[in-house]
Design a protein around this ligand. Sequence first.
Ligand code: SAM
Length: 214
Amino acid sequence: MYKTNSKNKMDGILLLSELKSSSTKAVFFDPQYRGVLDKLSYGNEGKSRGKLRSALPQMSEDTIKSFLVEIERVLSPSGYLFLWVDKFHLCEGISAWFADIPTMEIVDLITWNKLKMGMGYRTRRKSEYLVILQKVPKLAKATWKIHNIPDVWDEKVNKNHAHSKPIELQKMLIQAVTDIGDTVVDPAAGGYSVLDACLQTERQFIGCDIETEE
Ligand SMILES: C[S@@+](CC[C@H](N)C(=O)[O-])C[C@H]1O[C@@H](n2cnc3c(N)ncnc32)[C@H](O)[C@@H]1O
């Protein structure tokens, strides 16, 4: 059993299975991709630069699909999924993950400029991508309250986790699609940036990570 507004050490699919159907307006999901490591062929994975990342539990495509089926179930009608993807998945597409979930539609995309140079054998990565999906029925005006969020977002992150995401952006998105007191879910929370965003916006957080420190 999970605790609200806490760092729960558990499998995200188990946590999602404990939630009622149609019970939340917003879910953040930031999978620990295996694919990008394979595709970018870091020869040194696990040795030097890849070490921090490859040490985290990775998710297979089937695991990611299982998460998405559960996320769709717990989202209320017209609820939003904020799905972090890397450059590889953005280019190759994520539609295969949703082949069996026709009730989720891609409605927007935000590029996060990390203001910091990362790795890459050709160009070096400085951005990540947030795909925004909405459960049917697709409704914009009735479900989105903040209208000055740019689709390129500059924010530097003070890392407390290898994959920490920008808190100010996540706060804006939470405020755009939920009300004070609403619940926001993050079933693979890593450094718990979404928990911090919820505490700062007076939302209830339900989330976990399989590797949460106890
Ligand atoms: C990309 S990180 C999330 C970073 C997070 N968004 C943040 O801002 O700090 C992905 C996380 O998924 C976790 N993870 C992998 N498999 C999991 C599972 N089955 N259930 C829950 N968490 C899992 C990893 O331990 C890792 O911390």
